[in-house]
Design a protein around this ligand. Structure first.
Ligand code: FDA
Length: 584
C-alpha cells in the first residue's frame, strides 16, 4: 500500500514539469509535482521565449500570457546581436536577430498572436508553478525521486523526504520524468540516450553591473565577444548575456573539456568579466558562478508504458537557438491533453504512444540544430584569421588586415559579412521554432500529401492546415469589435472543428459525435454574420479548404484532420476520425 496516491506524478518543477502540472490542473486532472530542492531555478538559465511557447502560455490564459510579458524584456530590446572584441572595444559586426529584422518581424506578426520575448527562467518557472499550484497541483518540495516500478495498473514511486530523511511511496497512474539533463527517471526506466554528453566545457558567471554605456545604444540579449581562446569549449564564443537591461548579466565563457573544470571564484569571475567587458576597472557584484558541460544527446524513445520523459531529460543540448525551455514546455503541451483524455476515459491508452512518435523526432532535430549552431561560429573566426594557433600578435594582425584597402581585405570583409549573416540559423530561425509537423496515429491525413516547404524550413515558418501542422494564425472579428486569433478559438483543452458557410452540417455532426463519444468537441462557423467573421480574408487564404469543408484541431492546436468540402455523411466521417485519433 503506497503512502499517497495521485493520477499523474511529475518529477521536477522546471519549465517542463511546471508546464505539465499547470496544463493538467487546467484540464482538471489530479497531479502531484515534486522537486528535490526547496525552491525553483535559482539562476536565470533559459531566457529566449519563442512564439510557440507564448501560445502555450496564452492557452493557459490571458492572465498567464500577460504576466510573462510583464516580467520579460520585450522584443524591441533583443535584436542588435553584436560581435565585438569586447563591449568597450571595437565592434566587428552586427545582425538583427529574434524577429527584429523588418522582414522577419513581418513574418512573426503574420504567424502568431504572440510575441517573442526574453523571459529568464527565474521568472518563467515561478509563473508556471504558481499557475499549476493555484489550479490544483499538489507540490512537494525538498522531495527527491529515487526509483519507480510500473505494473499493468500504475506506477509506484519511491521518494525521499529530504526534511525528515524518510522514504515514502507514491502510487500514480502515470509518471512524468521532467527531471532535467541527468534524468534518473530516464535511466531507471532504461530509456536510451543517443549521442554524447560533455562535448564542451562552459562557465556561467552571473553578476550585477550597470553596463548601459556600452549597450543601451545597441540593445540586444546577446553580445558575442571574440578574443583569442573564445572558441575553446563553451558555446562557440565568449558571451555577455543580458539578464535584466542593463544591470544584470550572465557571462558564458568556455574551458577545455579535457582539462579539469576551473574553480570559478570571485577573482576569476571578476577577471573574466573585466576581460569580456573590456574595462580593467570594472567592479561587479557577483551573484553566482558555476561550470556546466555542453551536451549533444537525445532520447531515442520518450516513453515506455506508463512512464514519460520530457524536457532536458529527453533532449540535452547547448543553449544555442534558445530551444531549451521552449521545447520543454512544448513537450508538455503535446502530452498533457493526451493524459487528460485517457484519464477522463475519453481516449484509449494507445493515444499516449503518439507522444513518443510525435516528440522524439523533435528532440533529435533540436539537439542537432543547437550543436550545429556552435560549429557555425567557425567561419567568423576563419574570416577574422583567428584560427590556427594562440599567437595573440598574429591574430591581431589578421584581424587588422580586414581594414586594409587591398583586394584580399575586401574579400576578408565579404567573408566576415557572409559568416555573420549565416548566423541567422541560430538567431533568427523562425522555422525551427514554428514548423513542427506531427505524423502519428493521432493524426488522420487520409492520404493527403505533405506540402513541401517553399522557403528554407529552418528559417521560415510555413503555415498549412495539412493534418499534423499547427493551425495557422489568422485574426477573426466578432460583432462587438473583438479580435480573436484562430489559436484563441481552438485549444483550451478540447477538440475544435472549424468550418464556413455551407458547413453547418459539420456543426450538427460535431454535437452528435461529442455526445456519442463523451468528449468535448467545439465547433465554429466562420463567415459573414457568424460569431467569427474573416473580414480581412486571411483565414480563407490560409485554410486550404472550401467554405463547406472542415478542419479538426486537437487541444494542442495541431490540425488532426481536414476535409475539402461537406461530406455525404459528416457524422459518420467525424466518428471514424475521432475514434481513430482517440484510439477508441
Ligand atoms: P530543468 O533542469 O529545468 O528542471 C529539472 C527539475 O527536476 C528541477 O526542478 C530539479 O530540481 C528536478 N529534479 C531533478 N532530479 C530530481 C530528483 N531526483 N528528484 C526530484 N526532483 C528532481 N537553456 C537556454 O535555452 N539558455 C540558457 O542560457 C541556458 N543556460 C543554462 C544554464 C544552466 C546552469 C543549466 C543547468 C541549464 C541551462 N539551460 C539553458 C537549459 C535550460 O535551463 C533547460 O533546457 C530547461 O531548464 C529544461 O527544463 P526542464 O524542466 O526539462 O529541466
Amino acid at each position: 500500500m503506497a503512502d499517497m496516491t495521485t493520477d499523474v506524478l511529475i518529477i521536477g518543477t522546471g519549465p517542463a514539469g511546471s508546464a505539465t502540472a499547470a496544463l493538467l490542473s487546467t484540464y482538471g486532472i489530479e497531479n502531484m509535482a515534486i522537486n528535490r530542492y526547496r525552491w525553483l531555478a535559482n539562476t536565470p538559465r533559459a531566457h529566449i521565449t519563442n512564439q510557440r511557447t507564448m501560445e502555450v502560455l496564452r492557452d493557459l490564459g490571458r492572465d498567464v500570457e500577460d504576466e510573462a510579458y510583464m516580467h520579460a524584456a520585450g522584443q524591441d530590446l533583443m535584436g542588435e546581436n553584436v560581435f565585438c572584441e569586447s563591449l568597450a572595444g571595437e565592434e566587428i559586426g552586427r545582425m538583427k536577430s529574434w524577429g527584429t529584422h523588418p522582414l522577419s518581424k513581418a513574418e512573426h506578426l503574420l504567424s502568431s498572436p504572440t510575441f517573442m520575448n526574453d523571459l529568464p527562467q527565474t521568472f518563467m518557472e515561478p509563473l508556471l508553478f504558481k499557475t499549476a499550484c493555484s489550479r490544483g497541483t499538489q507540490a512537494r518540495m525538498s522531495t527527491e525521486y529515487l526509483s519507480h516500478v510500473q505494473d499493468a495498473e500504475g506506477v509506484t514511486t519511491t521518494c525521499l523526504d529530504r526534511l525528515s530523511g524518510k522514504e515514502f511511496t507514491i502510487r500514480s497512474k502515470y509518471l512524468v520524468g521532467a527531471d532535467g539533463g541527468n534524468s534518473l527517471v530516464a535511466s531507471n526506466e532504461g530509456l536510451e540516450i543517443s549521442g554524447a554528453m560533455g562535448v564542451g566545457g562552459s562557465m556561467n558567471i552571473l553578476f550585477k553591473a550597470d553596463l548601459s554605456k556600452y549597450v543601451a545604444h545597441r540593445p540586444s540579449v546577446l553580445y558575442w565577444v571574440m578574443q583569442p581562446g573564445a572558441d575553446v569549449g563553451g558555446i562557440g564564443m565568449g558571451l555577455v548575456r543580458m539578464v535584466r537591461p542593463w544591470n544584470e548579466w550572465l557571462i558564458v565563457w568556455g574551458y577545455d573539456i579535457n582539462e579539469p573544470a576551473p574553480e570559478v571564484d570571485e577573482k576569476m569571475a571578476t577577471d573574466v568579466a573585466r576581460q569580456l567587458v573590456g574595462d580593467p576597472e570594472l567592479e561587479i557584484e557577483l551573484i553566482s558562478a558555476n561550470t556546466w558541460t555542453v551536451n549533444n544527446a537525445y532520447a531515442e524513445k520518450m516513453s515506455s508504458g506508463r512512464v514519460f520523459i520530457m524536457g532536458d531529460a529527453a533532449h540535452r543540448h547547448p543553449p544555442s537557438n534558445g530551444l531549451g525551455s521552449n521545447t520543454s514546455i512544448q513537450d508538455s503541451f503535446n502530452l498533457a491533453w493526451k493524459l487528460a483524455a485517457v484519464l477522463k476515459g475519453e481516449a484509449g491508452e494507445r493515444l499516449l504512444e503518439s507522444y513518443n512518435t510525435e516528440r522524439a523526432p523533435v528532440a533529435k532535430q533540436i539537439v542537432t540544430r543547437a550543436n550545429q549552431s556552435i560549429a557555425e561560429f567557425g567561419p567568423i573566426f576563419e574570416a577574422l584569421g583567428m584560427t590556427g594557433g594562440t599567437d595573440v600578435e598574429k591574430i591581431k594582425a589578421n584581424m587588422d588586415a580586414r581594414c586594409d584597402t587591398t583586394a584580399a581585405a575586401e574579400e576578408q570583409r565579404a567573408a566576415l559579412r557572409d559568416a555573420i549573416a549565416f548566423k541567422k540559423y541560430e538567431f533568427d530561425a523562425h522555422g525551427v521554432e514554428m514548423n513542427q509537423r506531427y505524423k502519428s496515429d493521432a493524426i488522420v491525413t487520409d492520404g493527403q500529401m505533405e506540402p513541401d516547404f517553399a522557403l528554407d524550413a529552418d528559417l521560415h515558418y510555413q503555415p498549412t492546415t495539412w493534418p499534423g501542422a499547427r493551425i495557422p494564425h489568422a485574426w477573426l472579428f466578432d460583432a462587438e469589435g473583438g479580435k480573436h486569433s484562430t489559436l484563441d478559438i481552438t485549444g483550451g483543452g478540447s477538440f475544435t472543428l472549424l468550418t464556413g458557410l455551407g458547413g453547418e452540417a459539420w456543426v450538427e455532426a460535431a454535437a452528435k459525435v461529442s455526445a456519442a463519444l463523451g468528449i468535448t468537441l467545439k465547433a465554429h462557423v466562420i463567415g459573414p454574420r457568424q460569431t467569427y467573421v474573416d473580414h480581412v480574408g486571411d483565414w480563407a487564404r490560409a485554410r486550404e479548404i472550401g467554405d463547406s469543408g472542415c478542419i479538426l484541431v486537437r487541444p494542442d492546436q495541431h490540425v488532426c484532420w481536414r476535409q475539402e468540402a461537406l461530406a455525404d455523411n459528416p457524422e459518420a466521417e467525424l466518428t471514424r476520425v475521432m475514434s481513430q485519433i482517440l484510439a477508441k
